[in-house]
Design a protein around this ligand. Structure first.
Ligand code: GUN
Length: 284
């Protein structure tokens, strides 16, 4: 049976990072290295791994990263004061608060305190609202990474029917908006959508961002579709996506693997946003 072409997010991210490294080298010679503050609260293992990956990637392209670690029990007021300090520090260009925060903290209120020019995660409510007009200072990294992957794999998205499964603030909602801006027609599905497989099966481009391991089976996928799997689920069987890769790769024309698909692109876009933040501040 025919096998889908693998969309290699790792290779594309490596290529983008190499180009960014060159720009950062030139920028640093003129100004100073871009600097990202990475705020991690508590000792969640997965969050620790993600933060370390982001910091390693910063080092590769020449971005300084500042490690801000706070104990699990930190209060909302203390964390808010830390954000205020980072906002006021001129040498910090970007601020990333790793999510999720411990349950006693209100993440949306913390994110809303970040200076929008430093909001390299694109999660501040103003940036989210401005995204609707195509005018955000920063676009969230995972949706931006998915768009870059699609532009690489498909080229123009104009006139394509895209189905996004998941409506999170981090991925599904901003991605639906970006696809619309790229002239795709968009169906944004979610857990209350009746007959999701029937809708999904119409789509030329199918993006799964649900956090449900292997939700998307071959029956959800139109023959020849392009499938992007945003899921990273830790299961007893190891790391799996939201897509049943083994089955879907016989139906789709192109598909992202997990790992090695969207994940590296998310980090590449964080680096891109951080460089942009520094450039806008120092070379307005
Ligand atoms: N946790 C999972 N994904 C993300 C992300 O893109 N940004 C932040 N800050 N936390 C996350």
């Amino acid at each position: 049976m025919a096998q889908a072409k693998v969309i290699d997010g790792k290779a594309l991210a490596t290529q983008l990072n190499a180009a960014l490294q060159e720009k950062i080298t030139a920028f640093t010679a003129q100004q100073r290295a871009p600097r990202l503050a990475v705020v991690l609260v508590g000792d969640d293992y997965a969050s620790g791994v993600y933060v370390q990956r982001k910091r390693n990637a910063c080092a590769v392209v020449g971005i300084d990263s500042v490690d801000v670690r706070l104990p699990h029990a930190v209060t909302q007021a203390k964390l808010a004061a830390q954000i205020a300090e980072l906002n006021a520090e001129p040498s910090i260009d970007g601020i990333l608060v790793q999510l999720p925060l411990p349950p006693h903290l209100v993440a949306s209120e913390i994110i809303a305190l970040i200076n929008i020019a430093k909001d390299v995660d694109g999660l501040h409510p103003l940036n989210q609202g401005l995204l609707n007009r195509g005018a955000a200072q920063h676009v969230p990294c995972t949706p931006l990474g998915v768009m870059r992957l699609l532009q690489h794999a498909v080229g123009s998205l104009a006139g394509k029917l895209a189905a996004v499964i998941g409506r999170s603030v981090l991925v599904g909602q901003p991605l639906s908006r970006l696809l619309l801006h790229a002239d795709a027609s968009v169906i944004n599905m979610h857990s209350k959508t009746p007959n999701p497989s029937q809708l999904a099966r119409q789509a030329d481009i199918l993006v799964a961002a649900t956090g449900v391991p292997r939700l998307v089976t071959a029956a959800w996928v139109k023959r020849g579709a392009v499938v992007i799997d945003v899921g990273i689920n830790r299961t007893e069987a190891g790391l799996v996506g939201d897509v049943d890769y083994e089955a879907v790769c016989h139906v789709a024309a192109q598909i992202t693997p997990v790992p090695g698909g969207v994940g590296p692109m998310t980090i590449a876009m964080l680096l891109h946003n951080t460089y942009n933040a520094a450039r806008r501040k120092l070379q307005p």
